[in-house]
Design a protein around this ligand. Structure first.
Ligand code: SF4
Ligand code: SF4
Ligand code: FES
Length: 705
């Protein structure tokens, strides 16, 4: 255990572990030392001098080595100069004054100096309202400047740093947070300073420019409006927006996000792809802190690719095919049509669903399939992926804790593109000393962090993984990420390496799934769909939810000999939806509540951000309507009630409730709150950190694959 050090800051005692920086010690007791260049996720550099404080240390008697006592108290010697709280570690008996006249005068002067060349265009700056420079100026700065306005640096007002990020060079205060983030956190040093003094510019050195999937994070940590996203720029003011907690639905990492929403004006307001005209719409997606999942970061897919939910071609009303054409009908008519068809063909019903759906949706679909005696199949998951329900990672696992002693194997997966935040966290684990082994047929951006790089032919990753037994045998912890390599052999080979460790924190398998909730579907008993063509030909009724096998080319309609009755539940008129006999409009995940199970087997809850569109319903509720029509009891009144049934029925989910999923604990670093200058504009998590799934020990103990 780290040695503890006791000190006082502004007269308040605090004990922190040895090596803690003054700025962080202060934060733990609610004292906000103003900072610009410091960020708790990056190495301190002491560049901006905003955090100057008075520091006193106990005088030591040279003869005895003991503190000098005066008037019954240790004598404190204050240095002649102020010190930067962001680079100075605490020491025993230290006395820090962050708000003394001397410290405040200095903080004020640094601000005055920074403002000598700041354009002060707050009324039109996107950062206005959540700007550290604006906030600190209001709190600490002098109302008047001793410098002349005309001496300010003038530059072209905005330049693209890449296709997603704009740079306003006049606003930059040269804190280097963006450059250091790219270098230290993302591992992609594509930004740099150019020129000197007031002419210092941020430039990008990559081709294409700002070539990083994590670029949006720089706009959160830039303490001024120098970096903004093309997507949100001039979109809204922070105080106009509401915040809804959600989970990114684009990959299995399950990053915690916040959707900021606003009711748009009736005329000419545009949001990404749709004209809003008075509706409540999503303006931007921001990271929400979960140190065990995404820390305070998200990738650019999560930040920018949610716009599809607001496309103008969303389905809004049920449709039934009449004379070869889909015609709008009421929900009652659509559900009766399904009832009439399914009643005579119960056992030949196949449910084909994707991991795009929530746990609640999938549970209800499984209940329906079981109630009818039909099959529930998972569309397009990883071959052999069901082994993760036996040997997946379990409670207590946190990539953020992994370092020396842990071996991480990444097999047939390019985490950078398939699960970007896992790439970032695995890279950091390797930098902390974890042994990274990569088996892949192609080069990936993670390769340079690997201790052992094993190249193989496509489809041969399993053979190479089998040879790694000796290399991983002695690892204290072993985590294996696996992707698709053509057959279930890879998953089996990975499971073989790790199965004896099942149930131990920081050990186990992680499937790099194509979708956010494939893991949930498997935990709930869905079987990976094998030969879809055969499924179509055999079934009398196919109920397809959140999947487009025809659009994806997984089924060739011209080859289907006997077309079943097809029910499709979707957001859009996909190629599969066009073939439907009954087409049911579903709500997007941004319009309803529910939960996903991440690839690390963490169940996390999302909340509605915007009102539901037209007559759409949540998937679990639609399935409950169909079930009721067929005389099967399935809960459909609320997602929380479905979770209660699910938890009672599926051992791995035992005890999970919506209340538990919404619980939070204190996280470090402390972010959000009032002092956006410390951690940036990522959101504090007050809506839930999620719950890791339990383990069905019996299955694991069986030991066989
Ligand atoms: S662009 Fe922002 S984060 Fe980057 S150096 Fe300038 S002020 Fe700092
Ligand atoms: S890593 Fe995955 S879950 Fe996280 S923001 Fe990116 S796409 Fe979304
Ligand atoms: S020098 Fe400490 S925050 Fe910049």
């Amino acid at each position: 255990m780290a040695k503890m050090v006791s000190l006082t800051i502004d007269g308040r005692p605090v004990s922190v572990s040895e090596g803690t920086l003054i700025v962080n010690a202060a934060k733990t007791i609610g004292i906000d030392v103003p900072v610009f260049c410091y960020h708790p996720k990056m190495e301190p550099v002491g560049m901006c001098r905003q955090c100057l404080v008075e520091v006193g240390r106990p005088a030591i008697d040279r003869a005895t080595g003991q503190p000098v006592i005066e008037n019954g108290q240790p004598k404190i010697n204050f240095g002649p100069k102020l010190e930067t709280a962001c680079t100075t570690p605490v020491s025993e008996g230290m006395v820090v004054l962050s708000q003394s006249d001397k410290a405040r005068a200095s903080q004020k002067e640094i601000l005055e100096f920074l403002l000598t060349s700041h354009p002060l265009d707050c009324p039109v700056c996107d950062k206005g309202g959540e700007c550290p420079l604006q906030n600190l100026t209001m709190e600490h700065a002098s109302p008047q400047s001793r410098f002349l306005f005309d001496e300010k640096h003038h530059a072209e007002k905005r330049v693209p740093l890449g296709d997603k990020i704009w740079l306003d060079r006049e606003r930059c205060i040269q804190c280097a947070r963006c450059i250091r983030f790219q270098e230290q956190v993302a591992g992609e040093p594509v930004l740099a300073f150019y020129q000197r003094g007031r002419s210092t510019d941020i430039i990008t050195s990559s081709e294409p420019p700002f070539d990083s999937i994590f670029s949006g994070n720089t706009t959160d940590i830039c303490p001024v409006g120098a970096l903004t996203t093309a997507d949100f720029r001039f979109g809204a003011r922070p105080w106009e927006m509401k915040a809804a907690a959600s989970i990114c639905s684009l990959c299995p990492v399950g990053c915690n996000v916040t959707f900021n929403t606003r009711r748009e004006a009736k005329s000419r307001a545009r949001t990404g792809t749709t004209t809003a005209g008075g509706k409540v719409v999503i303006k931007r997606a921001m990271p929400r802190q979960n140190e065990q999942v995404n820390e305070i970061w998200i990738c650019d897919r999560g930040r920018f690719e949610w716009h599809y939910v607001e496309r103008e071609d969303r389905l809004e009303k049920p449709l039934v095919k009449k004379n070869g054409k889909l015609e709008k009908v009421s929900w009652k008519v659509a559900i009766e049509e399904i009832g009439n068809k399914v009643k005579g063909n119960k056992e030949e019903v196949v449910v084909l669903a994707s991991g795009r759906l929530s746990n609640e949706d999938l549970f209800n679909l499984k209940q329906l399939a079981d109630g009818l005696g039909g099959e529930a199949l998972l569309y397009d998951s990883l071959p052999g992926g069901e082994l993760t329900t036996k040997y997946g990672v379990s409670a207590g696992t946190n990539i953020g804790d992994m370092g020396a002693g842990t071996t991480i194997l990444v097999a047939a997966s390019d985490l950078y593109h398939e699960a970007p935040i896992w790439h970032l966290r695995v890279k950091q684990a390797a930098e902390r000393g974890a042994t990274l082994i990569i088996v892949n047929s192609e080069a990936t951006r993670l390769d340079k962090y690997a201790k052992h790089l094993v190249r193989c032919e496509k489809g041969e990753a399993a053979k190479k993984v089998r040879e790694l037994g000796a290399a991983v045998k002695d690892a204290k912890n072993l985590v294996i990420f696996f992707g698709a390599d053509g057959s279930s052999a890879l998953a089996e080979a990975c499971a073989e390496l790790v199965k004896s460790r099942a149930g131990k924190p920081n050990n186990g398998l992680v499937g790099v799934w194509p979708r956010a909730n494939d893991q949930g579907a498997l935990e709930l008993g869905f079987k990976p769909a094998q030969d879809l063509q055969a499924v179509f030909e055999k079934a009398s009724v196919v109920y397809i939810v959140g999947a487009d096998p025809i659009g994806d080319g997984a089924i060739k309609t011209q080859n289907v000999k006997r077309k079943p009755f097809i029910i499709v539940q979707e957001l859009f008129l996909t190629e599969t939806a066009k073939l439907a006999d009954v087409l049911l409009p579903a709500q997007a995940f941004t319009e309803r509540d529910g939960s996903y199970t991440s690839g690390e087997r963490r169940v996390q809850r999302f909340y509605p951000a915007v009102p539901a569109l037209g007559e759409t319903k949540a998937d679990y509720a639609i399935t409950a309507l169909i079930a009721a029509e067929l005389g099967i009891e399935v809960e459909g009144r609320s997602a929380g009630l479905v979770m209660d049934k699910l938890a009672a029925a599926v051992p791995a989910f035992a005890d999970i409730t919506y209340g538990k999923l919404a619980e939070t604990t204190e996280q470090w670093p402390i972010i959000g709150r009032a002092d956006l200058y410390y951690g940036g504009t990522s959101y504090q998590n007050s809506q839930g950190l999620g719950v890791p799934l339990g383990r069905e020990n019996k299955k694991a103990e069986e030991g066989s694959l």
